[in-house]
Design a protein around this ligand. Sequence first.
Ligand SMILES: [Zn+2]
Length: 269
Amino acid sequence: MYLADYHTHSRVSPDGHVSMLEMASAALEAGLNEICFTDHFEPVEPRTTIPRKTFDWAAQKAEYADVTARWNGPVKLRLGLELGDSSVDEALVERLLVGMPELDFIIGSVHMLSKKFKFQDLAWIQEPDEKTCYAELEDYLENMLQMARWGKFTVLGHMTLPMRYMNDKRGFHVSMDGYGAEVEAILRTLIENGCGIEVNTNRGGQPLPGARWLKLYRRLGGEIITLGSDAHRPEDVGRGIREGQALLRECGFTRFCTFEKTKPIWYAL
Ligand SMILES: [Zn+2]
């Protein structure tokens, strides 16, 4: 079985820790065939809501040049990006993307809520109650639809991300189940725009999204799908990828993809 981790972060990300070389070594140790480095790009300065004036593409280019020069292992290396929150300011994002290196793959992600919620990041916002969680969830879904319409990425990242924070970290019992129409609109828009989704194996935790939405995506004709651990540390590289492949098979998928210069390469599940 071909094993590829298509969501990993190196020290180029503000919340990353180690070099791409160390992440590649971890991929080898985890028995993977391929790893894609998807460091963060955001339209705001790290851990703030202040719009960026520039983005340091040189740091990512230098890190990738270093790992490709030094790597002689059997694990295939790819350069990607986790492009967050285009819905905050699409014109700004497009200006910042000038100078981006040629990438194999781009994850489009929503981490931030809209202006109504002061552009706060889902990771740090502290909801007082479940009612607030649902108001945020609705806002999140609107941002995701807007991002899907924008469509300048390869796959939509961790579609059910609010659950990681609201449920796993803060102990609420929030569900997206009441938002079938909204999720379907997002998935249809992605498919129309030639984008896919990822199974974010959430470093071995609850997959984002789970079976219900994966089956819906499949039923709507969705095919483009990647698997990624969202590892920010070497020990998480490859975590949940095998289980994620089994989940995809259960949901009716027969293949998944990796990317080279944004063109899909298919592998049987
Ligand atoms: Zn993310």
